[in-house]
Design a protein around this ligand. Structure first.
Ligand code: SF4
Ligand code: SF4
Length: 413
């Protein structure tokens, strides 16, 4: 399929790999105060070329925050409300009109907005939070496999999508930043159905990259754009992206019009291996964006440097990234060998489960049963389980973890 030509940064069309470099604005944030966060966001925005044209008067800018599940600011699961506040102010300063929203997996958007503190910011600043319910079809003309998605119409109707991911580790994809956050365009529990169509990490990488390509092309066709502002102030490490992870101060703000480039730099800032982030190696083969590790001169980092974050290494998810390729990847994707090759979900030893059954509600493979009415804790059936970790993502108690890597998987890694 033909690649779009490199366009001005006011267009979001996916850049050709042969032309100009992608710019990633990287800023250090000394602490979590609103003042420090706003200074870092302002500096990151200012470092991006043509940002004023992108956010010009008359444009409606959808701030796609990360509202995974009910969690406070301190838990570092949702986008930091102070990053959202700074983004709203910067968008308005250039004349555009911001609106805020996301599609949590199970909880209502209103409850997650309230718990995260983002709802209070929206109310204080008078920002609209549109109805996310109505959907429209997003076509992905350059898809490798998944060429259409039903997504929230409120997002597609905007002129500019300002993607506001939280920098987190992730049990399925290794890390969650700009590309992964776009999965939230798909409403609520419908996300779980996509896990059935992409039942292992490699297929999920293709799905996420196809979605990213479709989103970028959609906003380019509207004459608007796609911009990413990643909240790495309080990051999440360990078995994210939900309550299984642990907050860790990183003090990073990243911005770019190229999600792949931003995600690669985000991995390096976090001291983690970009090759383990499943979307990146898949994108390098197509290619999509300029996150290539082997060709770092295609990514220009302005502001702070990776060296400024030296000594930081977030704890990766259990298993440390399933970087199997070739025959090992093929083996890991065979249902009959899966239990010997890759990890599976299990309850944590601390008996934190409260029997709320949210894990079973979201499980797309019907792989969770409850032990008894008297003692309602989940029992995982490994055979139908597709290892999507949606259950861990929505568990409010962090009571679900990955098992250790089985012996055959260890042999290959
Ligand atoms: S494991 Fe978590 S989501 Fe599942 S029932 Fe227990 S507390 Fe609820
Ligand atoms: S048990 Fe958990 S990891 Fe397995 S399919 Fe269900 S939600 Fe996904």
């Amino acid at each position: 399929m033909p690649e779009s030509p490199e366009s001005s940064p006011s267009s979001s069309s996916l850049p050709s790999p042969d032309l100009a470099r992608a710019r990633v604005a990287l800023q250090r944030c000394a602490d979590t105060s609103p003042k420090a966060i706003h200074a870092a966001v302002r500096a990151a925005f200012t470092a991006l070329p043509n940002i004023d044209a992108l956010l010009r008067p008359g444009r409606r800018v959808f701030l796609k925050v990360n509202l995974v599940s009910n969690a406070t600011r301190e838990e570092a699961i949702c986008t930091d409300p102070e990053v959202v506040r700074a983004a709203v102010i910067e968008v308005r300063a250039r004349g555009a009109t911001p609106v805020i929203g996301d599609n949590p997996a199970i909880a209502s958007e209103a409850s997650v907005l309230r718990a995260s503190g983002i709802g209070a910011i929206a109310a204080e600043l008078g920002v609209e939070t549109p109805d996310m319910g109505p959907t429209a079809t997003l076509k992905c003309a350059r898809a490798e496999r998944f060429d259409a998605f039903e997504v929230s119409k409120a997002i597609l109707d905007a002129d500019v999508l300002l993607n506001l991911p939280k920098l987190k580790t992730h049990t399925l994809t290794y890390m969650s930043m700009a590309v992964k956050n776009l999965f939230g365009l798909i409403p609520g529990i419908r996300k779980a159905r996509w896990h059935v169509r992409a039942p292992h990490a490699d297929l999920m990488a293709i799905l996420l990259n196809d979605l990213y390509g479709g989103v970028a092309d959609h906003f380019a066709a509207r004459g608007g754009g796609l911009l990413h502002l990643c909240d790495g102030v309080n990051a999440l490490e360990g078995d994210g992206p939900g309550h299984g992870g642990r907050p860790r101060f990183l003090g990073a703000i990243l911005a770019s019009t190229d999600a792949m480039a931003l995600d690669r730099v985000g991995c390096e800032v976090a001291g983690l291996d970009p090759e383990c982030l499943v979307t990146l190696p898949r994108a390098w083969r197509r290619p999509l964006g300029k996150g290539e590790r082997a060709n770092t001169d295609r990514v220009e980092i302005v502001g702070a440097t990776i060296a400024d974050f030296a000594g930081v290494r977030l704890v990766p998810p259990t298993g440390g990234g399933f970087k199997l390729d070739g025959i090992a990847m093929w083996l890991g994707n065979q249902r009959w060998l899966r239990d010997l090759m890759i990890e599976h979900p299990r309850l944590t030893a601390d008996q934190a489960c409260i029997g709320c059954r949210r894990c079973a509600e979201i499980c797309p493979a019907d792989a969770i049963r409850f032990s008894s009415a008297a003692l309602p804790v989940p029992v995982f059936d490994k055979r139908p389980c597709i290892r999507c970790y949606c259950c861990a993502e929505v568990c409010p108690k962090g009571a679900i973890e990955k098992s250790p890597l089985p012996w055959l998987g260890r042999l290959f890694t």
